[in-house]
Structure formats: structure tokens, C-alpha cells
Design a protein around this ligand. Structure first.
Ligand code: G3P
Length: 214
């Protein structure tokens, strides 16, 4: 499973990139606003750090605007893909952008059927939101697993990105479902590294090593 980071914060991206495990980055308007910046300049800065796909969200309400904005965002760097929110207008825009070789990440996916339509329109990525479904009492990970199974069953050039990840268990569920990519917040990536028994083991080995030198 490829690992993306879900943030627009350059320090976080630099740190996780230094671990050697980072395959890409996703941003969204809320993450960009948190950094008090704008999408074009921030994704350009991210592309200078990470050698992998970077999602930049287009905000136009209609397909013509999405296509225009998508072309502008994609022109910033070859690694940039255009994030579009799932709707009829974005399906139309996806068809056009994908035919021009511009990758689309269809976001705000909450059902396997939405993912199926996005894949049919030519989306390179579909992003089911696990956490936000859990928030309203549904099983986000079940929806993700069903989506992965449908996308894998057909000959789509589409990868599923597990998004709206809230904790390490979501990552485990995504990996267990055979999900192609998980886009993970910084704090969740940090939690995935550590375990109290690992820390305890390291302390014991160091103490015993010191003793053995005496
Ligand atoms: O980037 C899209 C998605 O990952 C947002 O997650 O936590 O705002 O539901 P969240």
C-alpha cells in the first residue's frame, strides 16, 4: 500500500519524507486554509520536496471552470493531480481532463457507486472518506473494502485512496482491504511508528549493552 500524507504543512511533509516511506501528498481547501496560503503556491512548494503524486483541489462549481482550473493546476508540476468533489459536473470534467492526460482524484466519495462512476469517467484516483462515515454512525471501512473490491474487479486505471483517516486502526483496515493508497495525517503516521513494548525493549537492550561493557 502506498502512503500519502494528508496535509499542506511543509514541515510535516519534510519530516515524513525524511523517513523514506512517503509516496505522495493530498491537500484540500481546509488544509490549505490552516496554513494561511493558497493552493497553487503551496502545491508548487510541496512538489519541490516530494517526488510523487500531489493532489490540488479545484473549487469551480461547474465543469467548464473545473476543466480550466484543472489545466492550470496540472501545469504547475507534472506530479500534480486535480482533486474534484464528486458530482455530475465533476464527472463531466473528469472525462475531459483524463482524456488530456491530466490525473483526477475524485474526492468526497461516500459510496462504492460514486467511486464506480468516477472510475468510469476516467478518474485516476478515488478517495472514499472513512472517518466522516464513522462520524455519522456508518462503517467507513466496510464501504472502503467494498469500493476496493469493485475497482479491482474491473479493468479501471484507478487507484483507491483511503481518506479521512482518524487513527492507526483505519490504516490497518485499509491495508487489510488491499487498498492501493492511504492518505494519512501526520499525527497518525507518528502513532503508527511507536509501541510501548518497542520502547521498553530498546531501553532494556541499551541498559544491557552498557552493563556488558563493564
Ligand atoms: O483530504 C481529505 C480527507 O482526508 C479529509 O479528512 O479528517 O477532514 O475528514 P477529514
Amino acid at each position: 500500500m502506498k502512503i500519502f500524507i494528508d496535509t499542506a504543512n511543509l514541515d510535516m511533509i519534510e519530516e515524513i519524507n525524511s523517513w523514506g516511506i512517503l509516496d505522495g501528498v493530498t491537500t484540500n481547501p481546509s488544509l490549505i486554509a490552516k496554513e494561511k496560503t493558497d493552493t497553487p503556491s503551496r502545491v508548487k512548494a510541496i512538489a519541490a520536496i516530494v517526488d510523487g503524486p500531489i493532489s490540488a483541489e479545484a473549487m469551480s462549481p461547474d465543469s467548464e471552470g473545473m476543466i480550466r482550473e484543472g489545466r492550470e493546476l496540472a501545469a504547475i508540476h507534472p506530479n500534480i493531480n486535480v482533486k474534484l468533489p464528486m458530482c455530475i459536473e465533476s464527472l463531466k470534467a473528469t472525462k475531459v481532463l483524463s482524456s488530456e492526460g491530466i490525473d483526477v482524484n475524485m474526492t468526497l466519495i461516500f459510496t462504492p457507486n460514486q467511486a464506480l462512476l468516477a472510475a468510469k469517467a476516467g478518474a485516476r484516483y478515488v478517495s472514499p472518506f472513512i472517518g466522516r462515515l464513522d462520524d455519522i454512525g456508518s462503517y467507513g471501512s466496510d464501504m472502503l473494502a467494498q469500493t476496493v473490491s469493485i475497482i479491482d474487479d474491473y479493468d479501471f486505471d484507478t487507484e483507491v485512496i483511503a481518506a479521512s483517516i482518524r487513527g492507526p486502526v483505519h490504516v490497518l483496515e485499509a491495508a487489510s482491504a488491499g487498498c492501493h493508497i492511504a492518505t494519512i495525517p501526520y499525527d497518525v503516521l507518528k502513532k503508527m511508528v511507536s509501541h510501548p513494548k518497542t520502547d521498553e525493549g530498546i531501553r532494556t537492550f541499551i541498559a544491557d549493552f552498557e552493563k556488558s561493557k563493564k
